[in-house]
Every structure is written in structure tokens, then in C-alpha cells.
Design a protein around this ligand. Structure first.
Ligand code: FUB
Length: 323
């Protein structure tokens, strides 16, 4: 009996090693950029909650020497000091969305009324193309479960703007001062739509955001003082650029490059957040090791600084990172 139990446990741990599923909290020290060296992480989103920094990432699982996206789950890390990090058990997988077929692409978590909403891009199982779903949890580290049971946004809702099947990706959500929540997203075209207070249903029309030069993908909305900022990935390979506005609905004024080409990854996907009076620029590159590439990406964090007029200084990517 004991032997059978041991064999069963070995089979379970073998499967968990193959799927790279994290089953318990694991603490590590970051020694600079990239901050996580034992696995490939991509498409960072950051959230500050109760004085702790939460980092949500995608997970590049492409076999070595292959060049394609293999992404089945998302990861969550947290830190009090940006040096000692804890990776928490795998909080969300594509399989948690019964209607999705694959591709755990870029995402963002946001808190409202003590609940945490995780907006994700995935491949839809029944409607051709990418789609946006939302999961919910009572804790920033999960576990999360599908909040709606269906997608919030599907490709057929946006074909009048672009006919590609992968434009409905890269969600970012922002709650404005009047408590109205906005979902922004998009590849090739940036869109936004208002969300109901329940954070899972939309209200009103989908709006295509005009005047974002050379827009590719990865919108991220943040606010500092009276300025709204819409940063996004531009051209391909990507650099991160940004626009500013006095209102979340625009008009947006293009302000130029924020972060240059990563060089070893054709995507660069950013998040911008303030933590303990310091602004951080979170992004990915392909710089973890000799196997790093556009499909074996790693999250990095550097400082972000503003000019007096509210414009942002260009990010200085470093290997030292933030200490
Ligand atoms: O990780 C898959 C896709 O690559 C993301 O959705 C894009 O932002 C780009 O980083």
C-alpha cells in the first residue's frame, strides 16, 4: 500500500513538474533584471494593494529552440521591497475558462470593493479569434475562477474596425474618479468600452481610439496628478510609446518613445505603477539566459520618472534593476 502511495505521489509530482504548475509559495531574491530566472515570464501587469507590489505575468512554456507562443497559465508574484519576492501557487489557467481553447496571453488584475478581477486574452473555442475574459477572486493571489462563464469581448464585435482575428487582446482596465470602469484593449486598433459596476458586463458602444500613431498593441492606462497616460507598443519589433490626455476618453496627444526596442524580443509589453512614492516601469525582454528570445521572455523592472510638465522621461533599461 505504502509503495502504491509513493508511486502515485511521484506520478503527481512528475505531471506538476511537466506542466510547471506552482503548488506552494516560493520565496526568492531578485538580483537585478530579469527579476525571475527559473522560468520564462511575459506580458507583466502590476497592482499595488495594501502596501504590497503584485506582479501578474504570462508564462512562456515554449520548448527550447522552438519559436512560437506556448502559454497555458498565468503566474503571480508579490513583494514588499522589490528584492525579496514570493511566487504564489498557479492562480489561473486557460482551462479555468471552459469556453476558451488556449493561449494565455496578456492580462491585468484590478481591485474593486475587495474583489480582484483578472482580465485576460485567450483564443476562443467557438467564435473564431481571440477574446477577452475575466476571472474573480477574494484574494490578490487567487485562486481565481471565471467570473462570467463567457467572454466579455469576442472577435465578431470588432470586425467592422479590423478584419484580423487577433485584435481582441491585451486588456487593461482603469476605474476613473467617478467610479466608472473602462476596459481598453486591442492589437492594430486600440478600443475601449465602459464596464458596469459588476466589472463583468459592458455598457454602451465599443469605441475605436483615434490618433495613436503606429499603434501595435499592449495599451496600459495610468494616471498621475491630473494627467491620464495611455502607453502602448508601437511598430514591430516593438518599442513602448505614450500619449497623454486630460480625460480618459481622450483626445490623446502623442508624446513619443518611452522605452526602446528590447533587442532580444520582438515584443516589450509594459505596465506602469506607483509603489511607495516611486514609479516603476515593468516590461519584458529576452534576456534571461542564452535561450532567451521572443518566445522565451522574462520580466524586468526599472524606474520611471516624470518631467515637471507631466511628460515622462525615457526609460533607462538596466541589468541592475531596482533595489
Ligand atoms: O504574449 C503574447 C502576446 O505577445 C501579447 O498578448 C502581446 O502583448 C505580446 O507581448
Amino acid at each position: 500500500m505504502k509503495k502504491i502511495l509513493i508511486s502515485l505521489l511521484s506520478i503527481v509530482s512528475l505531471f506538476s513538474a511537466l506542466s510547471q504548475e506552482v503548488t506552494r509559495d516560493t520565496t526568492f531574491q531578485s538580483s537585478g533584471n530579469p527579476i525571475i530566472r527559473y522560468k520564462y515570464t511575459a506580458d507583466p501587469a502590476a497592482m499595488v494593494y495594501k502596501n504590497r507590489f503584485y506582479l501578474y505575468t504570462g508564462h512562456d512554456m515554449c520548448p527550447k529552440k522552438q519559436e512560437r507562443y506556448v502559454m497555458n497559465d498565468w503566474c503571480v508574484f508579490s513583494s514588499d521591497d522589490m528584492k525579496t519576492w514570493t511566487e504564489h501557487p498557479t492562480p489561473l489557467k486557460v482551462k479555468d475558462f471552459a469556453w476558451a481553447r488556449g493561449d494565455a496571453w496578456a492580462s491585468q488584475v484590478i481591485e474593486r470593493n475587495g474583489k480582484f478581477y483578472w482580465y485576460v486574452a485567450v483564443e476562443h473555442g467557438a467564435i473564431h479569434g481571440k477574446a477577452i475574459g475575466v476571472a474573480v477572486s477574494d484574494s490578490p493571489t487567487g485562486p481565481f475562477k471565471d467570473a462570467k462563464g463567457s467572454a466579455i469581448i469576442t472577435n465578431d464585435l470588432t470586425t467592422k474596425y479590423t478584419r484580423i482575428s487577433w485584435d481582441d487582446i491585451d486588456p487593461t482596465v482603469f476605474i476613473d474618479n467617478d467610479q466608472q470602469a473602462y476596459l481598453f484593449w486591442g492589437n492594430t486598433q486600440c478600443y475601449y468600452v465602459k464596464l458596469k459596476e459588476n466589472m463583468i458586463d459592458t455598457i454602451g458602444p465599443i469605441v475605436a481610439v483615434p490618433n495613436l500613431p503606429r499603434y501595435t498593441e499592449a495599451p496600459w492606462i495610468h494616471k498621475n496628478g491630473n494627467w491620464y497616460y495611455l502607453s502602448y507598443a508601437s511598430e514591430f519589433p516593438e518599442k513602448i510609446v505614450y500619449a497623454m490626455s486630460k480625460k480618459i476618453t481622450g483626445p490623446w496627444e502623442y508624446k513619443g518613445i518611452l522605452n526602446e526596442l528590447a533587442g532580444n524580443s520582438n515584443t516589450n509589453h509594459q505596465a506602469i505603477v506607483q509603489f511607495k512614492n516611486q514609479w516603476y516601469f515593468v516590461y519584458h525582454n529576452g534576456g534571461a539566459d542564452e535561450g532567451g528570445s521572443s518566445f522565451h521572455r522574462s520580466v524586468c523592472i526599472d524606474w520611471l520618472y516624470y518631467n515637471r510638465d507631466g511628460t515622462i522621461k525615457r526609460v533607462h533599461m538596466t541589468t541592475e534593476g531596482v533595489k
